[in-house]
Design a protein around this ligand. Structure first.
Ligand SMILES: [Fe+2]
Ligand SMILES: [Fe+2]
Length: 302
């Protein structure tokens, strides 16, 4: 381990000084989703269904992050970065399975998401699959392009992670505590490893053009898939007493139950600053503090 702090269950409380580089460790969390309602924020179907899109996208998406980064390992020539990438792979693999658990529970409860999941699988297993038919140089270029896609996606997962840690409105509604812990445990690890994909992308190709292109590709696809996923859960809701529209999204965001459009816009613009690095954003101390108090992370540590 390369002079890094190991975040433990005895982590410092939020508000303390930033701990510097943290050794990334997977935490083998487990959740029992028995009885989880589709509207896990009572009375807030729009916020519940839009946040539940995470369970649709992340299992396939994060498995693809893992397979992409495993393929990139032989290209890494920096020992510290290699250690970070291995830690990142371990964390993302568990994230995928944690969100898969929610989907599996919903499937057992009769919520059919297979139509949407087939589209997600098509994207990650077909469109973004390796291309062994290309030349070695072509395969390497495609792999670096895909690392850039992961880095751009991670820009938004870190933003979501920081948001969920700060979203005090979520503490004031009667949100299922298991789901709040899942979101904050995952969000904490996204903040904790927010620099890794960016560092890998710039290690393999430091060009500004690559960085810009990656986000311009990822942001609209993510927005479209998010809207479609929200509609999918909304359609599965047996109680059709609400509408999922831009106006109802703005309303939930204004009340702190979802990130605001302004937060997404500011996050997007930061990426385009020439000297940008993810370490400029968010607080490692805050996420390490949450991981020290998270019921699932503490149970995993035991
Ligand atoms: Fe993740
Ligand atoms: Fe991540």
């Amino acid at each position: 381990m390369l002079n890094k702090t190991l975040a433990t269950a005895e982590a410092p409380p939020a508000g303390t000084a930033e701990p510097g580089p943290v050794a990334l460790q997977p935490r083998d969390v487990r959740f029992d989703w028995s009885g989880l309602p589709l509207r896990w924020i009572p009375g807030e179907p729009q916020a519940s269904h839009l946040l539940s899109v995470l369970h649709l996208l992340l299992p396939e998406g994060e498995r693809w992050f893992v397979s992409t980064f495993k393929r990139a390992l032989p290209l890494i020539t920096d020992a510290a970065l290699r250690e970070d990438v291995i830690g990142f792979i371990g964390q993302e693999a568990i994230h995928a399975e944690a969100h898969q658990g929610v989907l599996d529970y919903y499937a057992s409860a009769g919520v059919d998401t297979t139509g949407y999941i087939r589209q997600v699988e098509w994207l990650f297993r077909r469109i973004l699959a390796p291309r062994p038919d290309l030349t070695p140089a072509g395969q390497r270029e495609l792999l670096i392009e895909q690392v850039g896609i992961v880095a751009a996606a991670e820009h938004f997962t870190a933003m979501m992670g920081a948001w969920v840690l700060d979203a005090t409105a979520l503490d004031e509604v009667d949100l299922d505590p298991r789901m709040l812990d899942l979101l904050r445990w995952h969000g904490s690890e996204e903040v904790e490893h927010r620099h890794v994909a960016f560092d890998l992308m710039t290690h393999l190709d430091p060009s500004y053009i690559r960085r810009v292109r990656s986000l311009l590709l990822v942001a609209p696809i993510l927005a479209i898939m998010w809207a479609r996923g929200g509609k999918y859960f909304a359609a599965a809701d047996e109680n059709q007493d609400f509408r999922l529209t831009w106006r109802t999204y703005f309303d939930a965001a204004r009340r702190g139950l979802l990130p605001t459009p302004g937060a997404f816009a500011r996050c997007t613009l930061r990426w385009f600053k020439r000297g940008y690095h993810p370490s400029q954003d968010y607080s490692t101390a805050k996420c390490v503090a949450y991981l020290g108090s998270s019921p699932a992370a503490r149970a995993a540590a035991r």
